[in-house]
Design a protein around this ligand. Structure first.
Ligand code: HEM
Length: 227
C-alpha cells in the first residue's frame, strides 16, 4: 500500500510538472520538422522549433508554423505574451495564398509594421479546404527591445508564455501584409516548452525546406518584406 501511495504521489508530481507546458512534440509531415506544438480552444495551432543552443544569452532564429481554420480573418502570435512592445506575427489566407505581416503594437490600436523581425517562408505553407498553414524561419521573433529599449531574448532553455489573438473579420486587403485589420474577437495565453523545441537538426531542417522563389510565389503573396 505504501508503494502504491508513493507511486501515486510520483505520478501526480509528474502530472504537475508536465502540466506547466501546453505544447507537445509533433512531427510535421510536410516539412519533416519536429515542433513543439500547442493548439488553442479556437483550433489554431502554434508550432516552434529552435536551434540546439538557443538560450537567453544570445539572439537566435526560430522556425514557426501556424495552422488555422481558413474562415478566420487573421490570427496573431505575440512573442512577449502581451499585445504591446513585442514582435507580433499576423497571418491570414488570401485564396490559395498565405499572407504574413510583421507588426508591433505601440498602443491598443492597429499594430504598425515591424521591420526588426525578418521572415523566410518555408515549404509547409499552403491553403486547403479547411485550413491554412504558414511555415517560416524568423530572425527577430525571439529577441526584441522592450518598452524601455532594453534587449530581451526568450529563454530557449525553458517554458515561455506567449499570447494569441484572432479575428473572424477579414482584413481590409488580404493580398498585402501591409493591410489594415480590425480588433480581435478573442485573445489568450499559452505556455510553450522552448527547451523541448530545441534540436541539432535545426539548420538541416531550414536548408531542406527552403523552397525556390518560383514555388513559393505560387503559394504566397507577401507584403513588402519579401522572402
Ligand atoms: C486592429 C488591431 C488591434 C486592436 C484595435 C487591438 C486592441 C486591443 C485592446 C483595446 C485591448 C485591451 C482589451 C482590454 O484590456 O480589455 C487588446 C488586448 C490584447 N491584444 Fe489587441 N488589438 C489589435 C491587434 C492585436 C494583435 C495583432 C495581437 C496579437 C498578435 C493582439 C494581442 C492582444 C493581447 C494578447 C491582448 C491582451 C492584453 C495585453 O496583452 O495587453 N492584439 N487589444
Amino acid at each position: 500500500m505504501k508503494w502504491t501511495s508513493s507511486l501515486a504521489g510520483l505520478l501526480s508530481l509528474s502530472t504537475l510538472v508536465s502540466a506547466q507546458s501546453d505544447s507537445e512534440s509533433f512531427v510535421d509531415a510536410d516539412t519533416g520538422i519536429t515542433f513543439q506544438s500547442a493548439t488553442n480552444s479556437e483550433g489554431v495551432t502554434y508550432r516552434l522549433a529552435l536551434p540546439a543552443d538557443a538560450s537567453a544569452e544570445k539572439a537566435y532564429d526560430v522556425i514557426i508554423q501556424i495552422v488555422a481554420p481558413v474562415e478566420l480573418g487573421w490570427v496573431g502570435w505575440a512573442w512577449g505574451g502581451a499585445m504591446t512592445y513585442n514582435p507580433l506575427t499576423v497571418v491570414w489566407a488570401n485564396g490559395n495564398n498565405v499572407v504574413y505581416s510583421s507588426r508591433q503594437a505601440i498602443g491598443y490600436y492597429t499594430p504598425i509594421q515591424y521591420e526588426e523581425a525578418k521572415y523566410t517562408v518555408l515549404k509547409g505553407t499552403s491553403v486547403n479546404a479547411t485550413h491554412f498553414k504558414f511555415t517560416a524561419v524568423c530572425a527577430g521573433c525571439a529577441s526584441w527591445a522592450d518598452f524601455d529599449g532594453n534587449p530581451t531574448t526568450l529563454d530557449g532553455t525553458s517554458q515561455v508564455n506567449f499570447a494569441y489573438a484572432y479575428s473572424t473579420t477579414p482584413v481590409d486587403d488580404p493580398s498585402t501584409g501591409e493591410s489594415g485589420f480590425s480588433i480581435h474577437d478573442s485573445v489568450g495565453h499559452w505556455t510553450h516548452d522552448l527547451g523541448a523545441a530545441r534540436s541539432d537538426k535545426f539548420s538541416s531542417w531550414v536548408a531542406a525546406n527552403k523552397a525556390s522563389n518560383a514555388t513559393l510565389r505560387r503559394h504566397l503573396r507577401v507584403g513588402r518584406y519579401g522572402y
